[in-house]
Design a protein around this ligand. Structure first.
Ligand code: NDP
Length: 245
């Protein structure tokens, strides 16, 4: 187990990719705090599974669109776990709309949850994370290739994260903390279900013609969180089954 003794916070981890990341970090020995917005029961289930593996775990309700709640969740996680070594900025939302006609409320929500929240969480986490620490932010393969006009603004929020990550890596490198982005391809979750009009064209983009699983993102994050990835920083790992190849 490569993360024994590490303490991690994964945002938006009551279900989907975040829940798998939390499980993957715990499987490698980390204690894990998770945040969620609405799904208290599901968050409790994730915490229960981690505790059943003998690790410490806690769920904190925190709306990523609310700066005060984001800051409080970082402080709460560090308090519950006795410190913080790893932050995974995973919480994100998708609003399907074109650039030309997206409603201002949807634009604001995307910016608040997908861009402002990872930056605010990182600011707060850096008060706790020290040498050997990790900040891993979940972007999207849509940052590099936009297959539908309906994901344009969402893609722009994810593209912002790669510039943020490069700047962050430079700022914190001397502290022995790495910063990286993981860009999932199409992963079967509530956000990107395997039924409906988008499934078939997105599935066909991957070189082997299948959606990824949340666990396949969890494995990539667990690697970047480990000491084996100590020289990897300021970069992007795209885990998309070759869809952008
Ligand atoms: P889901 O919609 O399946 O799950 C979203 C998770 O984030 C839930 O745990 C949800 O909590 C939480 N969340 C949503 N909004 C907030 C909020 N305002 N405050 C706190 N928590 C919130 O998404 P995925 O698992 O598919 O996506 C996870 C990340 O991966 C996102 O950043 C997404 O953009 C990215 N991604 C996903 C891809 C995919 O194909 N699925 C592809 C590329 C990137 P609750 O249950 O309480 O609502």
């Amino acid at each position: 187990m490569v993360l024994t003794g590490k303490r991690a916070l994964v945002t938006g981890a009551s279900r989907g990719i975040g829940a798998a990341i939390a499980g993957a970090l715990a499987a490698e020995g980390a204690d894990v705090a998770i945040t969620y917005e609405k799904s208290a029961d599901l968050a409790g289930r994730v915490v229960g599974e981690i505790r059943s593996k003998g690790r410490n775990a806690v769920a904190i309700r925190a709306d990523s669109a609310d700066v005060a709640q984001v800051r409080a969740s970082i402080a709460g996680a560090a308090d519950a776990l006795g410190g913080l070594d790893i932050l995974v900025n995973n919480a994100g939302i998708l609003r399907l709309a074109g650039v030309a006609d997206i409603a201002i409320d949807d634009l604001q929500a995307l910016l608040d949850v997908n861009v402002r929240s990872p930056i605010v969480a990182t600011q707060a986490a850096l008060q706790h994370i020290g040498e050997g620490g990790r900040i891993i932010t979940i972007g999207s393969y849509f940052a590099d290739r936009i297959p539908s006009h309906l994901v344009g603004v969402y893609a722009a929020t994810k593209s912002a994260l790669t510039a943020f990550n490069k700047a962050l890596a430079r700022e914190i490198g001397s502290r022995g903390i790495t910063a990286n982005v993981v860009q999932p391809g199409s992963i079967a979750t509530d956000m990107n279900p395997t039924e409906g009009p988008f499934y078939e064209p997105l599935r066909a983009l991957a070189v082997n013609g299948r959606y990824g699983t949340p666990d396949e993102i969890g494995d990539a994050v667990a690697f970047l969180a480990s000491d084996r990835a100590r020289y990897i920083t300021g970069t992007t790992l795209t885990v998309d089954g070759g869809a952008n190849a």
